[in-house]
Structures are given as structure tokens and as C-alpha cells.
Design a protein around this ligand. Sequence first.
Ligand SMILES: Nc1ncnc2c1ncn2[C@@H]1O[C@H](COP(=O)(O)OP(=O)(O)OP(=O)(O)O)[C@@H](O)[C@H]1O
Ligand SMILES: [Mg+2]
Length: 296
Amino acid sequence: MIDKSVREERPVMSEPQKIQPSSLADVAASKFEKQDNVSAAYGSGLDARNIYAWFGKYLAVSDMSIYFAAGTVTALIGPSGCGKSTFIRTLNRMHEFIPGAAMSGEVFLHGKDIYTSGIDVTKIRLKIGMVFQKPNPFPSMSIGENVLAGIKLAQLKVPNKNELMQDCLERAGLWSEVKDRLNQPGGSLSGGQQQRLCIARSLAVNPDVLLMDEPCSALDPGSTLKIEETIGELAKTMAVIIVTHNMQQAARVSDYTAFLLSEGGPGKLIEFAPTREIFGRPKDIRTENYVTGRFG
Ligand SMILES: Nc1ncnc2c1ncn2[C@@H]1O[C@H](COP(=O)(O)OP(=O)(O)OP(=O)(O)O)[C@@H](O)[C@H]1O
Ligand SMILES: [Mg+2]
């Protein structure tokens, strides 16, 4: 089991804005290091193998293989245009909905390739949820209905909807702020609250994996901190994959970091390692240059 007492003592979480870039290695090193077997209790995670992704003839992502263990947070970092969003969209079969887009490779969830022919794509997306850069709640739907929207769409039966709604809002760190206004529209919330509402909505369908593409890029430091705390909680029971341009965020929230780069060609995985290694003693000089802010 994860040692909760250790994980909850994250000294850097309280004042993220005060962390200096030079201390990224310390931030990453101060985190509790999860043991490899921690995740076993929560399933097998997500295993992406040899992913290539095209837009028409343009190869955007080349030969990316990453194993995302259940019970961990993985940060995807790299300069703009290196294929982070494209790669993450191949992980829940969203890439194929872009006209002209194609992919090859395998993505195993619980030992089964999500690209197996005949598989129900809707069910895959329930198991592999996604939160986007811009919060996208249904603005006129009430806060409570927003949380249950996925349940309704997928026609899932739940014994007690109110209990589920509260549970998801609590796990998303939003309950105390909305418990007295559940009937107000989702659009009445602040940007940071809307993002946590979207996280609550994703949780309602009980995913095993949560993909987050720059979920905090439009948020103030306080909302960012709340979402980072939420991510820490969620990752106790699922695999969380987060794209971020914020190196401090990657150092604070993730257990593993993947550094992607496109050097005039398709985006490739340059280095994948425990976050403390990426920020403390990266193996590749390109990783070191990027995390120390020398380019990108
Ligand atoms: N719909 C699309 N059609 C054609 N090319 C695209 C499309 N989306 C992305 N690309 C191209 O694929 C490459 C990877 O883009 P992607 O959006 O995955 O990068 P990213 O790493 O997420 O960048 P950012 O950090 O700016 O979000 C880029 O060269 C981009 O121009
Ligand atoms: Mg992107």
C-alpha cells in the first residue's frame, strides 16, 4: 500500500510560486518515491508500444513506447509542437477522429490492446478519461448534472447518484465550494472550479486512467495547487498522465517524467525516467538542457 503519511507531507505544495527553477531537482527529490509494486493493487496501468501518429502524410510522433503504471503520475514534457497532445490523444483513441489522421502501434489496458478491431470505443473512453486545457463543462447544465453527464450518456446504472456526485466532487477537491449550489449552472463557476468540475465528471464513470493535457495552463496559482493536490489523491488509485509546460509542476506532481523532442522531424521520446532522475541527473544532454531552461 502507499504510505499515505509520507505522501501527504509534500513540503513544496503549499507555496508553489516561491520555488526557484534551480531547486527543481530538490523539489523532485523531496517527493516520496513509490515502489514499483505499489501500483499492482490498482491494475496494470496503460502500456503504449511503438506509437506512430500521422496527420495526412506528416508524421508527428515516431516510435513512442511508455508504460504508465497504475498508482503513479507521469508528466509529459517537451517544447511546443513536439507531439505531446498528439501522443496523448492516441492513448484513448481520440486521434483517429481528426480528419486525415492515422496511427500505428498498440496501447494495452488490462492486457488488451485498445485498438483491437471490434472493440467498443465508447467503453475505452470511459476507462481512459481525458481533461483538456480549456475546461469544458456543459455551461447551462447544473453543477450536479455536469458531474453525472458521463453516466447519463453511457447509460450506466448507479445505485445512488447523489452519493456518487458527492464522492466525485470531494475527490476533485470541489465539494466544499459547491455543496450549497449544486443546482446552479456549471458556467457560473470560476475557471479553476470548472476544471475541477471536469475532473469530477471524468471520475464519475470510474476510469482507470486519466489523461490531462495542460489542465492548469489557464489557471491561477491557487487553482493550480488545488488541481495538483487532486492529482496526488487520484493517482493513489489510477494512472494519471499529465502534459505540462510548467517544469515546477512536473517536478511537484509526477513520479515519472517523459521528455519528448522533435528535432526537425517527428516528435520522439528522448528520455523516460523517475522524475527525480530527469530533474536531478538526466542521462541525455538534451533533457538536461531543456529542464534547466537552456532551450524550449
Ligand atoms: N490537426 C492537425 N493537423 C495537422 N497537423 C497537426 C494537427 N495537430 C497537430 N499537428 C502538428 O503535429 C505536431 C505535433 O503537435 P502537438 O499539438 O501534438 O504538439 P504539442 O507538443 O502538444 O505542442 P504544444 O506544447 O504547443 O501544445 C505539430 O507539428 C503540429 O503542427
Ligand atoms: Mg499540446
